[in-house]
Every structure is written in structure tokens, then in C-alpha cells.
Design a protein around this ligand. Structure first.
Ligand code: ADP
Length: 538
């Protein structure tokens, strides 16, 4: 090989991203809301400076290169400081999801071999539910005004960093590990994904592109998606890289709190799972003039399928949703759905149908899908297969070699998502493989049924699960949350579905509930629904 003569050894590191924020965007705002509802303000420069002191204090406490340090925090400035400090000092940031079961958290902190932990004061009870599992040292607590005194053995975050010698960032290797995040266990035991600096840097750059999240230095980004959920979809590092401001909402993610903060911080971009935006839409429908959202221009929505009814509903408020798809294993952003130029003048319903797709892969991400018999499916939008993915920010293995069957011999990762691909390779997710309903040998997509049900005027939310059936193998069962003040009857819902579905695809059974249980990342928890309804199946 004749080599190029460029500085190819320059490391693509998060250190460079943290330094960039510090040097070029020190005055950009970091607005945050505390658990008690109070709003505070810092800047990217102040957070970066505090990150140097946090790193110095951690180094003095014995944390060195390659050591994982857990965080149990909301989207808050101290979490941003840990996002900067830990990878930049050569350690690993391991974000913990406080909504997981204590047994799962115990398993995760031991599997990752976490050395120390930083905890928000409002999460001390969660911490104490698994703190016996491991000897963390130190345990650093972000203590809020008015909270009880810290118990013995815990260190106050502000005291910890107050007099610390700021650590100058060492130059890391781009392949060095920078962060750990566990898959949330929607499908079996949580597995650790270990991100490299290089992967997260490339992900942050590409994630900012106009056809991806479309971010720039003028933006103020409000990640509703938690910083413990797959790196907050890359928005934190993209913001630092580009010099965009941040609005960090803390624990309160109800619609009114989110909308208040959007107004207060003049937010331009936000991101989160569909259930968050369904609640926001309801609040806006009820009080369309309450909030000044004139700065807000886009919402990135993903994590589960975006129902067309939500796209339409938010369009009515002048808020454009763009759908993305990804997984913890893909850092997570792998595809984004932007309307192709050819459809710019198409009728609204054609556009909505396109925008309800999961999108085209980001540059450098390759996609393919294989049917049950192992053959690659054609890009004809009809054949269904399991999606596989490869690229520079996709995991090549899990921590400790778990889940090896998810990686193919020729270097692809099997997602477990069942898709069709259109002629441009744009993904349409039909289901997760374990959620598909197989009735009389034919597949029924629960996502499609849910979307159509949620477009019924009396339906707020709907989830479809498979229940065993003697004659057909499986049948779909629809769990429905009625819109406030309405009481839809199964017959009208069946009629609504009959407009697009064959008779055999329409559920016989409808169950009406007040709410659908959520996973730790805010998705419909179908495992719980199955437990709840399968026993009572007729
Ligand atoms: P988990 O769901 O196990 O908590 P992740 O947060 O990594 O783990 O979720 C990844 C999965 O979420 C994908 O495999 C896919 O099933 C689902 N998903 C993500 N984005 C979308 C989307 N836009 N539409 C449909 N499903 C999605």
C-alpha cells in the first residue's frame, strides 16, 4: 500500500470535543432544572472548567486510565461535567438507568467492574437499593439545597471538586474505551456496550449533519432522552463539538415541565421517545397558546415507532418531527428519515406515510436484512427480514463476550428488528422479532396495527401483543388507552382497522386500560402486557 501523507495518527477523541467546547463556545448556555423545579444557569465554559477539577479530584482519589466510573444522574450539569471529565482523563463513563430493577443494577455495576460512582441526591434511595453489590470508592453525591445531610461515607460533589487541582487532559488513543452503556434488557439480560473515543466522535460529527439531526452552533438543544439512555442519542457530544447550548431538564419530564423549559431556555431542538411527545401534543392541544415555542424548529423522535397520528398532531402546532432509528449498540443513531426531494410537493398523506418510516442509513453505516432462510431480502419494500448493520460506531462485541450470536462471521450486527427496505434502502420497521404476531403461518406487524389504532379519534395509546391461540398459533390482542372523556367500543375500532386490514389481521380481543406499562427507557413494555393478558386468553 502506498500511504497518504496526512496526519492520520491525530486521534479522534472526546478530549478534542471537550477542549473545543471550552475554547470556542465557552459562553453558550447550559440551562438546567433541579428536582425541586428551580432553574439554574451555567455555561459550557464553566462546565468544562469544573470538569477539569472533577477529573483532578478523581485522579487524586485513585481513578486512572481504563477505570469505569458509574453515574446515576438525570440530565443535569454535573452529568455533563462527567461526560467531559471521565473520557477526557482516560477513564470510562458508565451511565446507569435509575429506572432499572435493583437486581439488574447490581448485576450491571459488577459486570462493568465500576470503581466509583457519582449520584444525584434525588437518587440516593435508588443507589442504596444496590449499593451493597459493590465497593464503590468514592461515592460522590450531588447534594441539593434543602436536602438532608449526607450520610457518613459519601462525598459532596461540590466539596469534592472545590479545591481539586485541575487535570490537564492527556492525549488519549482514539481506540481507547470512553464509555459503557448497557442494553436495557427489553430482550433478556442487559449486555454492556463499550464505546471507543473514535466511535463517539464520528457519531457526533455525522449526527450533526443537516440530513441527520441538523445541528449548529446557534442551537439550544433539549435532550428529553436521558443521558443514561444510549448517550442521549449523541446530542451532548454533538452540542459540545458544534458549540450549541443545552437545556437539561432534570427528572421532571412531564409535558408541562418540558414545555416550560423549552420556552424559558429558547430551545431550538429537542429529542425523545414518542410517548413523551404524545403527552406534549395533548398539552398543546388543550392549551395551544400557553407557550411561546417560536424558537423551536425540530423534534428528533425515535426509540420506538412514531405513529402517523403524532406526526400530524405535531404538524398542526408547527412542530416538525423527524424520525430516527438506532440502538444502544449503534451509539445509537444509525438512520434518520428525511423527506426525499422527489416528495417535496407530494400530498400531505404521502409525506406522512414516508415520514413514519425509520429512515435511510447515516453515511458510513451499512444496512442489509435477511429472511428466515438466511437470504438477503430485496429492496422492494415487501419482503421482510431481520435488519443487520455495520459501521464505525456499531458494536463488534459485548463486554465479556456476552451475546456472541448477535454478531455474524462476516462482521455485521443482527438487530432483532424485522424490516422491509424500499428501493432507496429506507427502513420500515414492522416489529421486533419477538413482538411479531404469527397467525396461521402469516406475520402480522404489531407496529402497523398500533399506528392505525392510534389514529382513531377515541384512542390515546395502543399496544398490540401476540397471545397464544389453539387454532392459529397466535392472535393479536390490542391493549388500548381511551382518550380522556371517550369510551371507544371494540366494534368501532375493528371497523376503523377494516379500512386497511384483512379480516384475519384484525384483533378479536381489545382490552381497555388506564395506562400502558413503560420500560425503563419509556417504551411500551410488552413483556408485562403479555404476563397480564396471556393467562386470561380465551
Ligand atoms: P431497548 O429497547 O432494549 O431498551 P435500545 O434503547 O437500544 O434498547 O432500543 C433499540 C430498539 O428500539 C431497536 O432495536 C428498535 O426495536 C427500537 N427502535 C428504535 N428506534 C425506533 C424507531 N424509530 N421505530 C421503531 N423502533 C425503534
Amino acid at each position: 500500500m502506498r500511504e497518504g501523507l496526512m496526519m492520520d495518527d491525530y486521534p479522534l477523541s472526546l478530549t478534542a470535543i471537550a477542549t473545543r467546547a471550552e475554547l470556542y463556545a465557552p459562553r453558550r448556555p447550559v440551562t438546567f432544572r433541579r428536582p425541586d423545579g428551580s432553574v439554574g444557569r451555567l455555561t459550557l465554559g464553566e462546565c468544562a472548567e469544573r470538569a477539569h477539577r472533577l477529573a483532578g479530584a478523581l485522579r487524586a482519589a485513585g481513578i486512572g486510565p481504563g477505570d469505569p466510573v458509574a453515574t446515576l444522574m438525570w440530565n443535569q450539569p454535573e452529568h455533563l461535567e462527567a461526560y467531559f471529565a471521565l473520557p477526557a482523563m482516560g477513564a470510562l463513563i458508565h451511565t446507569l438507568n435509575p429506572r432499572l430493577h435493583p437486581d439488574e443494577l447490581s448485576f450491571i455495576v459488577n459486570d462493568a467492574e465500576d470503581r466509583a460512582i457519582i449520584v444525584d441526591g434525588s437518587l440516593l434511595d435508588v443507589f442504596e437499593s444496590f449499593s451493597d453489590a459493590r465497593a464503590f470508592s468514592p461515592v460522590i453525591v450531588v447534594h441539593h439545597e434543602g436536602d438532608d445531610d449526607l450520610p457518613e461515607g459519601y462525598v459532596d460533589y461540590e466539596q469534592f471538586i472545590a479545591d481539586a487541582e485541575p487535570l490537564a487532559w492527556p492525549e488519549p488513543h482514539e481506540r481507547a474505551a470512553a464509555a459503557i452503556c448497557y442494553t436495557s434488557g427489553t430482550t433478556g439480560r442487559p449486555k454492556g456496550v463499550v464505546y471507543s473515543h473514535r466511535a463517539l466522535v464520528l457519531h457526533s460529527i455525522v449526527g450533526g449533519l443537516p440530513d441527520a439531526n441538523d445541528l449548529c452552533s446557534q442551537d439550544v438543544i433539549l435532550p428529553v432522552v436521558p443521558m443514561f439512555h444510549a448517550n442521549a442519542w449523541g446530542l451532548i457530544y454533538s452540542a459540545a463539538l458544534l458549540g450549541a447550548g443545552l437545556a437539561l431538564p432534570g427528572p421532571k419530564l412531564d409535558a408541562v415541565s418540558v414545555l416550560d423549559l423549552m420556552q424559558e431556555a429558547r430551545v431550538t431542538r429537542s429529542a425523545g421517545v414518542p410517548t413523551v411527545w404524545m403527552a406534549v401534543q395533548e398539552a398543546l392541544d388543550a392549551e395551544p397558546d400557553r407557550w411561546d415555542l417560536s424558537a423551536l424548529s425540530g423534534l428528533l423522535v425515535g426509540g420506538s415507532a412514531v405513529p402517523p397520528s403524532l406526526l400530524r398532531g405535531m404538524d398542526r402546532h408547527g412542530l416538525t418531527i423527524v424520525q430516527g432509528w438506532g440502538m444502544t449498540e449503534t451509539s445509537p443513531l444509525a438512520s434518520v428519515c428525511r423527506l426525499p426531494a422527489e416528495l417535496a410537493d407530494a400530498d400531505p398523506e404521502t409525506q406522512i406515510a414516508y415520514r413514519a418510516r425509520q429512515g435511510t442509513s447515516l453515511p458510513m453505516i451499512e444496512l442489509r436484512a435477511r429472511s428466515d432462510d438466511g437470504q438477503l431480502i430485496p429492496w422492494d419494500d415487501t419482503a421482510m427480514g431481520e435488519l443487520e448493520v455495520r459501521g464505525p460506531w456499531v458494536a463488534k462485541a459485548y463486554l465479556g463476550g456476552a451475546g456472541a450470536e448477535k454478531f455474524t462471521d462476516d462482521g455485521w450486527f443482527c438487530t432483532g428488528d424485522i424490516v422491509t427496505l424500499n428501493a432507496e434502502g429506507n427502513i420500515r420497521i414492522c416489529d421486533r422479532s419477538k413482538d411479531l404476531v404469527k397467525s396461521g403461518g402469516e406475520w402480522i406487524s404489531s407496529v402497523d396495527l398500533e399506528n392505525l389504532l392510534m389514529s382513531h379519534e377515541d384512542v390515546a395509546e395502543a399496544a398490540v401483543i401476540a397471545i397464544p391461540d389453539e387454532k392459529w398459533g397466535e392472535r393479536p390482542l390490542a391493549v388500548v388507552v381511551p382518550r380522556e372523556g371517550s369510551a371507544p367500543d371494540p366494534e368501532s375500532l375493528r371497523e376503523h382497522l377494516a379500512a386497511q386490514y384483512a379480516k384475519w389481521q384484525i384483533p378479536e380481543r381489545f382490552e381497555f386500560v388506564d395506562e400502558i406499562p413503560r420500560t425503563a427507557t419509556g417504551k411500551f413494555k410488552k413483556t408485562t402486557l403479555r404476563e397480564q393478558f396471556v393467562d386470561t386468553a380465551v
